[in-house]
Design a protein around this ligand. Sequence first.
Ligand SMILES: *Cc1c(COP(=O)(O)O)cnc(C)c1O
Length: 355
Amino acid sequence: MENKTLSDIKINLVEHSKINDIDFENLSFGNVFTDHMLVCDYTNGEWNTPEIKAYAPFTIEPSARVFHYGQAIFEGMKAYKDEQDDVWLFRPDQNYERFNKSAVRLAMPEVPQDVFIDGLKKLLQIEKDWVKRGNGKSLYIRPFMIATSSGVIASPSLNYRFCIILSPAKSYYSGEVKVVIADHYSRAANGGIGAAKAAGNYSAQFYPTKLANEKGFQQIIWTDDATHTKLEEAGTMNVFFRINDTLYTAPTSERILDGVTRKSLIELAKRENINVEVKSVLVEELIAAAKDGSLKEIFGAGTAAVVNPIAGFGYKDEYFELPKLEKSFALHLKEKLTNIQTKVEPDTFGWTVKI
Ligand SMILES: *Cc1c(COP(=O)(O)O)cnc(C)c1O
């Protein structure tokens, strides 16, 4: 991988920003994008000079590999603004490493650090006015890569496009979330691409989730594909279970995405003197705990919502309501983590990176 420096970035700024047309108090997640994006193409076996330019549609051949064979990966990160108007990233090295792991699994080229990290920092410097301060506001960052070579030939593309787009977000509230435990469909399988942040993992999830929605559940708790006995992820989030006063989350595997929020919450829980165990919880253990009252909480963990408490779960024909706690681990950990991310509390872990 050649090592380009930032001076190799081409920058073409828009003449008029659209920022004054945006109602930052009424944003629906992922619908509004900032003025600029970063684009970098991979051709003839190398990465070209990255370019920051107007966020706008781009033209790709209808036969491009991404449309036919699904070579597409992405990341999800956030930038936050502190009281001094400085902009911060949260553990960007983790997203960068995971992006390249996903790339390798999908037979795509790895993206150099100066394109991903330095390019992102440059883009954020340009778009810093789009990062708003206060109550859960952030700028959602979506790096992605697609296969652009033309030809309906079932082999890896020769050309790729890496791109970063930015979307202002307000605090995420999904309403009451009821989940159903998967007993037939699977999100991921051993030897598959479940540990990669691949677009195809999401499309595979849409139909079973639609069936769950029709039955009144917002999300699915995925189980292992072979036996459907181990609890693995909640929708597109990692999942934690609190039984008595211990938090459990499954170990990462080929079927479970190694979430940055998950691993940060494990560290944070330890610091907060919450007992946390990385161990698979079985469906039957969960049901037994729900029945004897020792199951206190279930929550999802991921960048978009940070922590998403779950109100109850269904399994086959039964439904189990979770207790409504005044002092939940979910909300305590969420507050602590967002306080670190937004620099309200000191970052004793060294997770935050200033732009
Ligand atoms: C992105 C994602 C997560 C959460 O990862 P974070 O790094 O915490 O945002 C969890 N599970 C799946 C399947 C995901 O795609």
